[in-house]
Design a protein around this ligand. Structure first.
Ligand code: ZN
Length: 205
């Protein structure tokens, strides 16, 4: 029996409506912590804007069940590797509440079942728009594919710039974080991983 995984389970208790009023009050308190207690002129609507941006965009992924995005699959005989590369994503680091953004490369080896390619990008988006660790995000993407599509294997590599690293001094300005996660055949087969790598790494020049 194959392992069932529920990539959403770790975040379920934080679900529910994103509380705009609390976000607004929180932003006000945050500004007070910086020393901005008098919200005149340019800061007047800032708590409102912060609450808007966080609840409707930045962590709006909490409202989407990624498994549901992959609910509609179709039968197909194709068994070659399906690769979707360079999917842009933006997320927020759970340690500093600062953004990290980059690209995701995803592959799966179908076992009689395919899914619309645009759905894969939407899964990345739904899982990225939460408070995340890049490592966990990468793992959640493959586990979501694995649970919904039951492929022979799934792979994900993410490359991102983390503002919490690059904002602190010139030394780390160019650093990127690269993470990968595999299931099934990709875990067992080094040649398959190498093929995935070849198909998704952009060579300079
Ligand atoms: Zn961070």
């Amino acid at each position: 029996k194959r392992r069932r995984s529920d990539p959403a389970s770790g975040t379920r208790r934080r679900r529910g409506p994103l509380d705009r009023d609390r976000l607004r009050r929180g932003a006000r308190l945050f500004l007070a912590g910086i020393g901005e207690t008098d919200l005149g002129r340019e800061l007047k609507r800032t708590p409102e804007r912060v609450a808007d941006a966080w609840s409707t965009e930045i962590v709006a992924g909490y409202r989407t069940d990624p498994a549901r995005l992959l609910a509609t699959t179709f039968r197909a005989r194709e068994d070659g590797m399906v690769v979707v590369s360079a999917i842009p994503f933006a997320s927020v680091c759970v340690h500093h509440l600062l953004p990290f953004r980059g690209t995701a490369h995803i592959a799966y080896l179908p076992d009689g079942r395919l899914v619309g390619l645009s759905k894969i990008a939407r899964v990345v988006d739904a899982l990225a728009r939460r408070l995340q660790l890049q490592e966990r995000l990468t793992r959640q993407v493959v586990e979501c594919l694995d649970a919904s599509l039951r492929p022979k294997g799934a792979a994900c590599r993410m490359e991102a710039e983390h503002l919490c690293m690059t904002i602190r001094g010139a030394r780390q300005k160019e650093s990127r974080v690269v993470t990968s996660a595999y299931t099934g055949a990709f875990t067992r087969d080094a040649a398959l991983r190498a093929e995935f790598h070849r198909m998704t790494v952009r060579h300079a020049g």
